[in-house]
Design a protein around this ligand. Structure first.
Ligand code: PYC
Length: 332
C-alpha cells in the first residue's frame, strides 16, 4: 500500500544537505512548534525515517517542512527532520529551507528581505538578499545561546581524560578544544571523529545534565563539536560537528557556531558586536556575530547571528510503499 508521496526540493547549505518536503505534510496538533514537534515525533515519525534514512536518504540527510506561522508576528514555521530526530533548531536547515522556499515561491514575506519564523526552539529573525529568483545569502538572528557547563572533566573510555565545555545554540553541544588527548581537528581523520564522538557524547550525557530553562522538552546533549586549525582564508575557527549516529556536518553548523560563540563570549574570548567566521570540515564558512547580550533563565547568554548561503540541487518525488521492506529505511 502506498503510505505517502512526498515532493521535495533538494538543496545544500555550504555542503550539507537540506531536503525541503513540499507535500504530504501531516496535520500537527499543538499551538507552538515545540508542541507540534512533540506530536510529529509521537505520531508521524515514520515520515522522517522514510525520507532521511537509506535508501531514500543517507547518514548526513536532513530536511524540513514549512508550516503556517504559529505566532501572529511570524511569516512561517519550520519543522526540522534529520536522521537523529527533529532538532529544536537547525541553522544550516533554516538557510537551506529559506533559500529553497523563497526561490520556489513557497514563502511570502510580509516585508521583502526579512522573515520572522517560528521554530521548535523559539522564534528567529531572518534577513536575506535575493537577486532575481536566486537567494544570494541568508542571515539568521538565532535564539539566545549560552554556556551551560564550563571546563568539565570527562573520562572517555579508550581515549582518556578530556576537558570540555557544553553550550546551547538551539541544541546542546559538547565542545572539545585541542588538548593532550585530542591533537586538534586537522590532525584527526574523519573516521576518528566518527569513532570517538559517540563515546564522548555518551560520557558527557552521563555526567552533564542539560535542560533548557524555558522549555524542558529541549534537553540532552545531541552534538559534539571538535575544533582545530583553519584551512580557509578569513576563518577565525574551524569545527567538525558530529550529529546523529554517524554524521559530520559539511556546513559550519549554525547552532554549533551559535553555541561556540556563546562559549567564547562567556570565556572572555569574543565581545558583543564582534564577528566570528567559522569553517566546517570541508572549509565552507558561516559568518557569526554576537548581536546582543541577554539571559536564558539564570544563565548569561548572547543573541547570535549566522550568515551563509545555500544552493538548490534538484527536486524529486519520493514514494513510500509498505510493500517495500525498506520503506522506513535502515542504518548500517
Ligand atoms: O546547522 O544547526 C545546524 C546543524 C545542526 C545539525 C546539523 N547542522
Amino acid at each position: 500500500m502506498n503510505k505517502g508521496t512526498f515532493f521535495c526540493i533538494d538543496a545544500h547549505t555550504c555542503g550539507n544537505p537540506v531536503r525541503l518536503v513540499t507535500s504530504g505534510h501531516p496535520n500537527l496538533k499543538g499551538a507552538t512548534m515545540s508542541e507540534k514537534r512533540q506530536d510529529f515525533l509521537a505520531h508521524h515519525d515514520w515520515i522522517r525515517q522514510a525520507l532521511m534514512f537509506e535508501p531514500r536518504g543517507h547518514d548526513m540527510m536532513s530536511g524540513s517542512f514549512l508550516y503556517p506561522p504559529c505566532s501572529d508576528n511570524a511569516d512561517a514555521s519550520i519543522l526540522f527532520i534529520e536522521t537523529s530526530g527533529c532538532l529544536p533548531m537547525c541553522g544550516h536547515g533554516t538557510i537551506g529551507t529559506v533559500t529553497a522556499g523563497l526561490e520556489a515561491g513557497l514563502i511570502t514575506p510580509r516585508t521583502p528581505g526579512r522573515l520572522t519564523l517560528d521554530v521548535p526552539a523559539g522564534q528567529i529573525e531572518v534577513e536575506y538578499q535575493q537577486t532575481g529568483q536566486k537567494v544570494d545569502w541568508v542571515k539568521i538572528t538565532n535564539i539566545p545561546s549560552y554556556l551551560a557547563h564550563k571546563d568539565a572533566t570527562l573520562e572517555v573510555p579508550g581515549l582518556g581524560r578530556l576537558t570540555v565545555d557544553v553550550a546551547y545554540g538551539g541544541n546542546y553541544y559538547v565542545i572539545v578544544e585541542p588538548q593532550e588527548n585530542f591533537p586538534g581537528l586537522r590532525h584527526w581523520r574523519a573516521d576518528e571523529v566518527l569513532r570517538w564522538s559517540p563515546i564522548v557524547r555518551e560520557a558527557a550525557r552521563k555526567t552533564l545534565s542539560c535542560v533548557h530553562p524555558m522549555d524542558a522538552t529541549v534537553n540532552g546533549i545531541s552534538h559534539v563539536l571538535w575544533t582545530g586549525d583553519v584551512i580557509s582564508d578569513g576563518s577565525n575557527g574551524a569545527n567538525a560537528v558530529f550529529y546523529g549516529d554517524r554524521a559530520i556536518d559539511r556546513s559550519p553548523c549554525g547552532t554549533g557556531t551559535s553555541a561556540r560563540m556563546a562559549q567564547r563570549h562567556a570565556k572572555g574570548l569574543l565581545s558583543e558586536g564582534e564577528t566570528f567566521v567559522h569553517e566546517s570540515i570541508i572549509g565552507s564558512q558561516f559568518v557569526g556575530k554576537v548581536e546582543a547580550i541577554t539571559e536564558v533563565g539564570p544563565y548569561p547568554a548572547i543573541v547570535p547571528s549566522i550568515q551563509g548561503w545555500a544552493r538548490v540541487t534538484g527536486s524529486n518525488c519520493i514514494t513510500v510503499d509498505d510493500a517495500d521492506p525498506y520503506a522506513y529505511g535502515f542504518q548500517v
